[in-house]
Design a protein around this ligand. Structure first.
Ligand SMILES: [Zn+2]
Length: 404
C-alpha cells in the first residue's frame, strides 16, 4: 500500500512544519487574503529593475511534428522548484543552516554529495538517469543555458497563465481566484474534434480551476481539495476521496501532491486522455515555510511520481512510443541573501529563472544542454501544441531543439 505509506510520512512532516512555522509571517502567496496582500506588496515594489533578457525566437514556428497523429503529452510542473537544485542537487549552505533544516543528517545521507553532479542524481534520480540519457534538460545557467519567465510578476498565476497559454498577460497581477479570460492550450485542444473529451488537468493548488477556466473550457480540473467525481469511480478513487478529507494538510489552498498524483494516474488508466496537465505544488509551499528538508523530500518524491507516469506510459499500448513528457516550473526563487530561497516575485532577484525538461518519441537525446542559449516560459505551450499537431496561436514559439 505505497500511497498510504507515503501519506503517513508526509503527514508527519507537515505536523513538524506547522510547529516550526507558526510564528513566521504569512508568505504563502496562494493563501486567500494573505495572497492578495502579497501581490499588493509586489506591485508597490516595482523599482527593482532586474530584467529578463528574452530573445524572441521568431522563426521557429515551423517544424516537424514530433510524435505524429496519435501523440499524447503528459505536461507537468513543479511549483517553484529552483534550477539550482535541479542541476546542482542539495544547496550545502541551506542544508547546514539549522533555521531551514531539521533533519540534516538524514538529508545529507539521502541526497547530498560534495560533487553536485552526484547530489542531483540522488535528489532526482529519474531526471538524471532517464531524462538525461533519453531526453533534454535546459536551464543550467552555469553553462549560460537559460530559461526565464517572460511575465513581469514572477509568481504563480501569471506563470501558469504564461505556461498554459504561451503568452504573458501583464493584466494578471494577483493569484486571486479569478476566471482567466485567456484560452489555454488545454481549452483549445478540448475544442478540437480529435482531442475533445481527451484533455484533463490535476493540480494541488485550488486556483487552477480558475486559471484553466474549467467552467468555460469544459476541461475537467481536479485541483485543491476536489475529489474524483463521476458515476463509475474506481476503488482507488473512492479510497483517495475518503482519505483526502481525513488527512491533515499544512495549507488551506494547496493539497499534498500524493493526492494530485494518484488522482491523475488513476484517471489516465481509466479514461486514457491524450493531453494531461499535472501541477504538483508542494515544493513552493514548503519553501515558503522555510523547510528545506521538506522541499527536497518533495522534489525527490515528485521525481519518482514522474517516473511512475513514464513507466506506466511505456507499459500501455495507447501511450507506449507515443507519449512525451514536458516538464517545467512556474517561477524560480532567490539565492542571495540566503533567506531569499524562500521567496519569489520581482523583489527576489533571480526568481524569474526557470528550467525545462523534455522526453519522448522524436525528441532527440541531447541530455543536459550546455549551449549558450535563451529559452522562455512562453515557449512551452507552442512546444506541446507542435508535439500534438495542433495549430495553436501564442506569443512564444516552440522550442526548436525539442520539436525538430
Ligand atoms: Zn510561491
Amino acid at each position: 500500500m505505497k500511497p498510504i505509506n507515503q501519506l503517513i510520512s508526509i503527514a508527519s512532516i507537515t505536523l513538524v512544519v506547522g510547529c516550526v512555522t507558526n510564528n513566521s509571517k504569512p508568505v504563502i502567496e496562494s493563501a486567500g487574503v494573505d495572497m492578495v496582500q502579497y501581490e499588493t506588496d509586489l506591485c508597490e515594489c516595482e523599482q527593482i529593475t532586474t530584467q529578463v533578457e528574452q530573445k524572441a525566437d521568431m522563426g521557429a514556428a515551423e517544424g516537424a511534428l514530433v510524435g505524429g497523429g496519435d501523440s499524447t503529452v503528459f505536461w507537468i510542473t513543479f511549483d517553484g522548484l529552483r534550477w539550482q537544485e535541479v542541476f546542482g542537487g542539495v544547496d550545502t549552505a541551506l542544508m547546514k543552516n539549522e533555521s531551514y533544516t531539521n533533519t540534516r543528517e538524514e538529508i545529507q545521507t539521502r541526497f547530498w554529495d560534495e560533487d553536485p553532479l552526484k547530489s542531483r542524481e540522488k535528489l532526482m534520480p529519474f531526471f538524471w538517469s532517464v531524462m538525461k540519457s533519453e531526453g533534454q534538460l535546459y536551464g543550467n545557467r552555469n553553462f549560460h543555458n537559460k530559461v526565464n519567465v517572460s511575465n513581469k510578476q514572477w509568481f504563480s498565476y501569471p506563470g501558469y497563465n504564461e505556461i498554459l497559454t504561451g503568452s504573458a498577460d501583464p493584466t494578471i497581477q494577483s493569484n486571486a481566484r479569478e476566471w482567466n479570460k485567456n484560452v489555454t492550450l488545454l481549452e483549445y485542444a478540448n475544442q478540437q474534434k480529435t482531442f475533445n473529451g481527451k484533455v484533463a488537468a490535476f493540480a494541488s493548488w485550488n486556483v487552477f480551476p480558475y486559471i484553466i477556466n474549467d467552467e468555460r473550457s469544459g476541461v475537467p480540473v481536479n485541483a485543491g481539495f476536489r475529489t474524483a467525481v463521476g458515476s463509475k469511480l474506481t476503488k482507488k478513487e473512492l479510497l483517495l476521496n475518503e482519505i483526502q478529507g481525513q488527512t491533515p494538510s499544512p495549507w488551506t489552498s494547496v493539497r499534498l501532491d500524493v493526492f494530485t498524483h494518484h488522482y491523475a494516474l488513476e484517471y489516465i488508466k481509466k479514461k486514457k486522455p491524450s493531453l494531461v496537465y499535472i501541477a504538483y505544488g508542494e515544493t513552493d509551499d514548503f519553501a515558503h515555510n522555510g523547510d528545506y528538508d521538506a522541499y527536497l523530500n518533495s522534489a525527490h518524491r515528485t521525481d519518482a511520481f514522474i517516473r511512475e507516469l513514464w513507466d506506466f506510459a511505456q507499459s500501455h499500448p495507447k501511450y507506449k512510443g507515443k507519449t512525451s513528457l514536458i516538464i517545467s516550473t512556474d517561477h524560480g526563487r532567490g539565492t542571495f541573501p540566503i533567506d531569499s530561497w524562500r521567496s519569489h516575485g520581482t523583489r527576489t532577484k533571480g526568481s524569474d529563472q526557470t528550467w525545462i525538461a523534455a522526453l519522448g518519441p522524436g525528441i532527440k537525446a541531447l541530455g543536459e544542454v550546455k549551449e549558450n542559449m535563451q529559452l522562455s516560459q512562453n515557449q512551452l505551450a507552442q512546444t506541446v501544441a507542435k508535439i500534438l499537431g495542433l495549430d495553436f496561436k501564442s506569443q512564444g514559439t516552440a522550442v526548436k531543439t525539442i520539436v525538430e
